[in-house]
Design a protein around this ligand. Structure first.
Ligand code: CTP
Ligand code: MG
Length: 231
């Protein structure tokens, strides 16, 4: 079940407010992006990594990949204005796999177990995403008043990786570009094109590091793993 993974890391990290792209924030001795890359470096099913970065950060990314001895990176390519554009730049250079995963550079805690469940689901159906049932009560709000409470039973928070047959996601991206459609994840482009997407239950540890609070959680996870490793 070999796959190539595209890792978009070409954002600005504005909501993290760290004064630089959050991918380069140091966490327990390594930059965030390296923690993410290590998962795929470890996964035997992963045959190669395509890393997408800001044009002016490509050399920093390559340097980090070398310094931390990540060996599966095939290419480091420049991204685009929005995440969707960055992913498309990555998709264009995939050449040796029919199965592709897309995974946020800012999501370092995905488990190999979840990745494998996802890859198997996408193999069967063409498109699959990881997600978890939401825990919060969600209300629809207009002008600071509750319009209604949404039924939580049918709501899931969707994560990455998202896994696809290469031809399916490429044509969905092409179609979206032609129509000027912008989605917040890759699966939405498949949905927009009228195809089905399967959801695979992941776990709540697979957070995206988006705001400062997320760093507290990230550091706690990393420390616990380190203690576990030392005991
Ligand atoms: N990303 C990208 N190209 C963009 C925008 C985002 O490759 N033009 C990447 C980010 O680097 C990140 C992932 O997509 O790994 C998820 O995006 P997000 O968490 O929103 O990161 P940022 O866009 O960097 O953060 P913010 O939206 O707060 O500026
Ligand atoms: Mg963003």
């Amino acid at each position: 079940m070999d796959y190539v993974v595209i890792i978009p890391a070409a954002g600005q990290g504005k909501r993290m407010n760290a004064g630089k792209n959050k991918q380069f924030l140091m966490l327990e001795g390594a930059p965030l992006i390296i923690h993410t890359l290590r998962v795929f470096e470890m996964d035997e099913w992963c045959s190669g990594i395509i890393l997408v970065g800001n044009k002016n950060e490509l050399s920093d990314l390559k340097e980090a990949v070398n310094d931390y001895q990540i060996e599966k990176v095939l290419k480091v390519v420049p991204g685009g204005e929005e995440r969707q554009h960055s992913v498309y730049e990555g998709l264009k250079v995939v050449d040796q796999s029919s199965r592709v995963l897309i995974h946020d550079g800012a999501r370092p805690f995905v488990s190999i177990d979840s990745i494998h469940k996802l890859v198997i689901a996408a193999h069967d159906s063409g498109a699959a995403v990881l997600g978890v049932p939401i825990k919060d009560t969600v209300k629809h709000i207009e002008q600071k008043k509750v319009v209604k409470t949404v039924d939580r039973n049918s709501l899931w928070a969707v994560q990455t990786p998202q896994a696809f047959h290469l031809s399916l996601i490429l044509s969905a991206h092409l179609k979206a570009a032609e129509q000027g459609y912008l989605g917040t994840d890759d699966a939405s482009l498949i949905e927009h094109a009228g195809s089905e997407v399967t959801i695979v239950e992941g776990d709540y540890l697979n957070i995206k590091l988006t705001t400062k609070e997320d760093l507290l959680f990230a550091k706690a996870i990393l420390r616990e793993r380190k203690e576990h490793h030392n005991n």
